[in-house]
Design a protein around this ligand. Structure first.
Ligand code: PLP
Length: 367
């Protein structure tokens, strides 16, 4: 397998080979226009079509109800931390509630500081971000007067995932799904707003998908600059200013690939479950040679953070993995160790390869 097929990077993540091939051709010249993808005007009919098709692919895959708008914005996940607060908090009389379950969800309340009251209702930091709260723990902290409850569905750094069924009914649930959108079916109707930057599971960096309930658009703060307003972007069908045409083009190809090659997100989920099981099985070997960061009930299907018995073994594992063709297995700089990210484009075959490598490494270096 090529290094590209063995890319377990946490982000930007692996993309399907067929998508890369089509992108390469499009950068040179789009068959339908005779012009390079990089030189296509966003005011062209071609772009209008692309914008519509990318949206309708997402609507199809995620079964997005009509009461929701799909937006393509820029600024990544980090701008969304701020935009959520800027749009839905309006001074100290307003309140935003937050669940902090890991490195990324800890950033969201910081971006809201000064815009309203920031209420962190659960913080897993003292426990080292190894678990997430259950529904009862959340429900007793819910303030019905708060503008929203924000959380991250999949903690990319620590490898923790929320069980969607454990979430309480909240008036406005806002979720950062940057590292697991399109990895499984979700019930969009439970959320007020969902966002996900593209560079982990949807395509290249540059575009952020926002799925927002239309009634929320009307409630947004009108005093902010239009470039930061969800309502303003929705009004212009995400062409308020020059959109990231390249990234949206690749996102459209990735969603085509999901529809044509995977069928639907139920099938994608089954594959992602098989991939994750294959690796967790290898890591859970009898001798405690490997240690998975997340406690079992919270284990992510997308990111597996783990360490070996000693720091020096972590380094030899990384070195040998690199020599063997594996890419992107370093842990996030905030917690170190190792991390295998199993985004949609990482194949079962690649996971089996890595699992075999783990077992061989254990056989050689275990007691
Ligand atoms: C990577 C990541 C981010 C940060 O996104 P940027 O686009 O780099 O700002 C935010 N949230 C989650 C869940 C992530 O995994």
């Amino acid at each position: 397998m090529t290094p590209n097929e063995l890319n377990f990077s946490g982000g930007p993540g692996a993309l399907p080979a067929s998508v890369l091939k089509q992108t390469q051709r499009a950068v040179e010249c789009l068959d339908e226009t005779g012009v390079s993808l990089l030189g296509m005007s966003h005011r062209s009919d071609w772009y209008q079509d692309l914008n519509a098709q990318a949206q309708s692919n997402l609507r199809f895959l995620l079964d997005i109800p009509n009461e929701y708008e799909v937006l393509f914005l820029q600024g990544g996940g980090s701008l969304q931390f701020a935009m959520v607060a800027m749009n839905f908090l309006q001074g100290s009389q307003s309140k935003g509630q937050y669940i902090v379950g890991g490195y990324w969800s800890a950033k969201a309340p910081l971006a809201a500081k000064g815009l309203g009251e920031v209420d962190v209702i659960w913080d897993g930091r003292s426990g080292g971000y190894k678990s997430l709260p259950n529904a009862e723990e959340i429900i007793k902290k819910i303030d019905a007067k708060a503008s929203y409850l924000h959380f991250v569905s999949n903690e990319t750094v620590e490898g923790l995932a929320f069980d969607q069924d454990s979430l309480p009914e909240v008036k406005t649930l806002i979720c950062d799904m940057s590292s697991d959108l399109l990895s499984k079916p979700i019930d969009v109707s439970r959320y007020g707003l969902i966002y996900a930057h593209a560079q982990k599971n949807l395509g290249p960096a540059g575009v952020t998908v926002v799925i927002i309930k239309k009634e929320l658009l009307e409630q947004g703060n009108k005093e902010i600059p239009s470039i930061l307003s969800y309502a303003a972007h929705a009004k212009e069908s995400s062409i308020l200013n020059t959109p990231p045409v390249f990234s949206i083009y690749v996102l459209k190809l990735v969603t085509d690939w999901l529809i044509n090659e995977m069928g639907d997100l139920k099938q994608m989920l089954a594959i992602n479950q098989a991939k994750a099981s294959c690796l967790y099985d290898a890591l859970d070997g009898a001798s405690n040679f490997y240690s998975v960061h997340a406690h079992k009930p919270y284990r992510s299907l997308m990111n597996i953070a783990f360490t070996l018995k000693s720091k020096s073994l972590d380094q030899s594992f990384l070195n040998l993995a690199k020599e063997s063709g594996f890419v992107g297995l370093e842990g996030h700089r905030s917690i170190g160790g190792l991390r295998a990210s199993l985004y949609n484009a990482v194949s079962m075959k690649a996971c089996e390869r890595l699992a075999a490598f783990m077992s061989e490494f254990e056989a050689k270096h275990g007691s």
